[in-house]
Write a protein that binds this ligand. Sequence first.
Ligand SMILES: Cc1cc2nc3c(=O)[nH]c(=O)nc-3n(C[C@H](O)[C@H](O)[C@H](O)COP(=O)(O)OP(=O)(O)OC[C@H]3O[C@@H](n4cnc5c(N)ncnc54)[C@H](O)[C@@H]3O)c2cc1C
Length: 403
Amino acid sequence: MDFDDTPEEADFRAGVRKTLEEHAGELLHAGAGEDVVDARTHEAEMRRTQRVLHEAGLIGITWPREYGGQGGTLVQQAIVQQELARAGVPPLVNHIGLGMCGPTVIAHGSDEQRSRYLPRLLRADDVWCQLFSEPASGSDLAALRTTAVRDGDDWVVNGQKVWTTLAHVADFGILLTRTDPEKPKHAGLTMFVVDVHAPGVTVRPLRQMVGSAGFNEVFFDDVRIPDAERLGEPGEGWRVALTTLMNERVAIGGAGSDLGLPVETLAAHARERLPRLDPERQVLARQAVGRAVVAALATRYTGYRRFTVLSQGGLPGPEASAGKLAGTAAAKLVADAGVRLLGDDAVYAATADGDDTWQRTQGYVPGLAIAGGTDQVLRNILGERVLGLPPEPRLDKDPGGRR
Ligand SMILES: Cc1cc2nc3c(=O)[nH]c(=O)nc-3n(C[C@H](O)[C@H](O)[C@H](O)COP(=O)(O)OP(=O)(O)OC[C@H]3O[C@@H](n4cnc5c(N)ncnc54)[C@H](O)[C@@H]3O)c2cc1C
């Protein structure tokens, strides 16, 4: 098996690496967390980082040139993601918009919507969020209850979403609603672009155990959305949502990129911290690092198979679920080993140099086992669609998405 880049891919990678080195001083780097500076300053720096990367030609790699993208390939996109992680650039402020909302607007939006929204999304002038999950519908997404009722040229929306990443800083979102309660659950849905600052939208941040609030409850009280902001036909919302979910699988399932912190970061951390631990803790930490490195590298090399699929112009299928499952497990082992290496320093909010990256990552990674399809649901997908096992008993037939 050959894990090396093709000559064209190697050229492209070298160009990306050079560009990142040239702009290193203008980019936010992992470790400069929200607690170090205030949240607004952090948000502004995150937006600036994406803008700098966009001007350097590293954002929207696969998006059409006419809307500010680079017109490149999925494999180039994967290379840019790998190089951003290698350079220590944290996830982009608009990662939901770039990974999921934008591709949905490209596939189902009108020309007017594409021209209005996509260039601003790429520059991080507008941040986007994905308004799908509700208190009683996550894995069973099509059971959602937020309603949109037609009223003249508008639709009037009422209901509640939850776990909406970035809604507290977002300007727009893609919103999945029920427009026909009489139809079977997948058939009565419609998707819209919603202005998160519109009257009647209330965003309530949810504080997580890492201390900051990354996601939110979002309430809709008689929110008016013009019909021109519909994505796809009325009743076609499930089909539109499948575009979003397929892109989510590519964005999270990835291709050879580590979920959580890269294993090289753990290795460097181990070299520095191991000698400082007492002998008994050294043994335990060494074993933890060993387990994490094996898991992370096994996941990475298996991920290169998906990279090959992308290279050949394909899209990862249900087998990408295995990548997310293994990647999540490896990310947990890497984070746990990183915290173990801190010894007693781990109990403080931040180590002496003010960096609490390991503790924050350890608090964050369990969420990966839930976001974008839970571990249990992914195992169902693998059992049914990859191994051909009999399907789990269901009262209704769910043709795709998170199941
Ligand atoms: C970090 C993070 C970010 C998120 N960001 C967003 C976002 O931006 N936008 C958004 O819309 N949503 C977001 N979510 C929500 C996420 O999509 C849901 O949490 C997820 O789909 C699970 O839904 P749920 O929380 O309702 O759990 P449930 O679906 O109620 O599941 C509860 C438990 O039951 C299990 N379960 C459910 N169905 C089955 C089944 N058929 N077989 C076996 N076990 C099953 C699950 O695995 C889980 O353990 C985010 C979640 C997290 C953790």
